[in-house]
Design a protein. Structure first.
Length: 103
């Protein structure tokens, strides 16, 4: 059974001929929103040198070398107390379209 359904979005008005089309669009929007929220939560992760070594599967010494060489962006929170964001890790791994490495 066809129904004329319309609703307003930020970009204007969408009109659908049936309820199933509306439900499909809403499900896709919800899936995209949940994926974006999960991505933001992951990017909020901050690593210490030890946890970053575990994350990358390398030694603490190698992580320290990468930080000192400037290959991974970091923030210094005291004497040798480095903190690295997930975004910086993804930049290093080549998994993110992000600005070039700067300290």
């Amino acid at each position: 059974m066809l129904h004329n359904v319309s609703f307003t979005t930020a970009n204007g008005v969408l009109a659908f001929e049936d309820r199933e089309a509306v439900l499909r669009v809403l499900a896709q929007e919800q899936t995209a929103r949940l994926a974006a929220e999960a991505e933001q939560a992951a990017l909020a992760t901050i690593y210490t040198v030890a946890t970053l070594a575990t994350r990358l599967g390398i030694s603490v010494r190698v992580v320290g070398d990468l930080l000192r060489e400037g290959r991974i962006r970091y923030t210094c929170c005291g004497l040798k107390a480095y903190r690295v964001t997930e975004l910086a890790v993804r930049e290093f791994l080549g998994d993110a379209a992000a600005p070039p490495n700067t300290r």
